[in-house]
Write a protein that binds this ligand. Structure first.
Ligand SMILES: Nc1ncnc2c1ncn2[C@@H]1O[C@H](COP(=O)(O)OP(=O)(O)OP(=O)(O)O)[C@@H](O)[C@H]1O
Length: 240
């Protein structure tokens, strides 16, 4: 059967290893253009490894990654990212010895399909705090500001998909709220997202669909409403 629309991203049958340790056991995930999707699961179940496999940082030994119908499985992480993906890793990864302004401007580019609405002014409108910190070095920022800078830097690349690993981990409650507002805004602009976060109550209302991983396998995927109405699944796979 042919699908009406082409998925933005399809990961099929991913098997990923660290050395001899077999971590992902045939992960299947797809994302449609503009969709917001969560990856949930207890610690160590393979969420970060799935994200890293999707963008080629820890390439899967088996399986395929397709972006807009094009097989990118053999491409390097750098080449995959250039296809319109912004990755916001758990450890942020901003340049500590560059200023906020430099971190932002060095990322600036037009998206692979011509998306160009994100520029310095627009990201500063979304993150006014960064505007007050433009001349500060990356390593002078608070954890929340670093996370904002990482997201802002990703937006400067005009992505079609933004991947956030532990979107609000370790941040103060008010900053977390700000990040969720930003994620809603990003969603409203039509950029697709994959989000990993422990705050299920924040994730579910924002996400269209959700995947639960357990020991490197997808054990559930479904719409947020279905997951909200199924506390058994929470207990079984999320430990809440
Ligand atoms: N660099 C590595 N070398 C060896 N094993 C690793 C490495 N990174 C992760 N693992 C193992 O792979 C498994 C999956 O880890 P992963 O970080 O993908 O899980 P996660 O669901 O993202 O968990 P967390 O919420 O704790 O980050 C875990 O058992 C972890 O110990």
């Amino acid at each position: 059967m042919t699908k009406a629309t082409q998925s933005l991203l399809e990961a099929e049958g991913l098997h990923t290893y660290y050395g001899d340790s077999h971590i992902l056991h045939g992960i299947d995930i797809h994302i449609e253009p503009g969709e917001t999707v969560s990856l949930m699961g207890r610690n160590g179940m393979g969420k970060t490894t799935t994200l890293r496999s999707i963008i080629g940082l820890t390439p899967a030994r088996q399986g395929t990654i397709t972006l807009r119908g094009k097989d990118v499985s053999k491409l390097s992480a750098h080449q995959i990212i250039r296809q319109g993906i912004a990755f916001v890793p758990e450890d942020r990864g901003i340049f500590p010895n560059l200023t906020v302004l430099e971190n932002l401007t060095m990322a600036a580019r037009v998206g692979p399909y011509g998306r160009d609405e994100w520029n310095l002014q627009r990201v500063l409108d979304l993150f006014p705090r960064l505007g007050e910190r433009l001349s500060n070095m990356g390593n002078q920022l608070s954890g929340g500001e670093q996370q904002m800078l990482t997201i802002a830097r990703g937006l400067m690349t005009n992505p079609d998909l933004i991947i956030l690993d532990e979107a609000t981990e370790g941040l103060a409650p008010l900053i977390r709220l700000e990040i969720w507002v930003v994620i809603r805004h990003i969603k409203a602009t039509g950029i697709a997202s994959i989000i990993v976060d422990k705050d299920i109550n924040a994730l579910l209302p924002i996400c269209d669909r959700n995947y639960i991983l357990n020991k490197g396998e997808v054990v559930y995927h479904g719409r947020s409403r279905e997951l909200m109405e199924n506390p058994e699944l929470h207990k079984q796979f999320l430990g809440v």
